[in-house]
Design a protein around this ligand. Sequence first.
Ligand SMILES: [Zn+2]
Length: 338
Amino acid sequence: MRGAVLYGPKDIRFEERDTPRIVKPTDAIIRISATCVCGSDLWPYRGIQPITQPTPMGHEYCGIVEEVGSEVTRVKPGQFVIGSFFASDNTCPNCHAGYQTSCRHREFVGDAQAPFLRVPLADGTLVTTPEVPSEDMIPSLLTVSDVMGTGWFAADAANVKPGKTVVVVGDGAVGLLGVLSAKRMGAGRIIAMSRHETRQKLAREFGADDIVIERGNEGVARIKELTDGIGADSVLECVGTQESMMQAIRSTRPGGYIGYVGVPHGVELNGEKLFFSHVHLHGGPAPVRRYLPELIDLVWNGKINPGKVFDLKLPLDQVAEGYRAMDERRAIKSLLRP
Ligand SMILES: [Zn+2]
């Protein structure tokens, strides 16, 4: 088969790779129905997170089970399944606590931009849909594999509750789905920070009430202005830079909550500033597995349509254009179909 391999900055190739096969009896092989490019794929693509060797790419996936190992009992060939970017046993103490991305046996699933994928710990990792979905539902189901699950975790970690005021820092796909999540959780007012017209439009469609285009000191001042000088109850940090993290901390009211899901790159927090900010910080790699049943159900019943973040749809062999378009911010998120 052919799949996506990153060779270095801006050098993604679609080339021959070994077709995955069952390695452990707990594995499953799935035939990918759809995959996509993640905002976090852009860190190595841009060379900010250096790679040392040609690296297969892709960690968002859904598809049909092709084959299972001898110890797999919960999923069967022919079923449509969705999993997270970390395989988890879903039985260890960390999984039971709802932090499957810290599973004691976790394995990164990192080569999904291909027609076939090996998923370790299949019983713990994969969740089935009620039946094989219609074509039009596949983009939304794909999002729950990571981007929607991550936006949902950001809102959950930021303690979004009915009536609360929410700020979302970052207008990438995760930030936009953070808006959708906050709306679904009953937020009273949602303020999205975005400078891009198409993203502002989608943020409003997903439930944002206000848009703030300013950043830094002006951004903080604008949030304070909109929140009676106090700051927001809940802030979703969906970027992962020093600037965005400080934006989040400074936009939160004393006693408020920050859910941070942008993978930090060069973020350093000043202990004294953090101490006097009086905020709750909770984040990390989203335990998507915890939310899969609930989010699949919401998509399946037409309650949410997160697939709208895909504004570019390409055949898998054009994966390089999928990366380029996101890197140049011509696309919010690129969907790839084998
Ligand atoms: Zn576990």
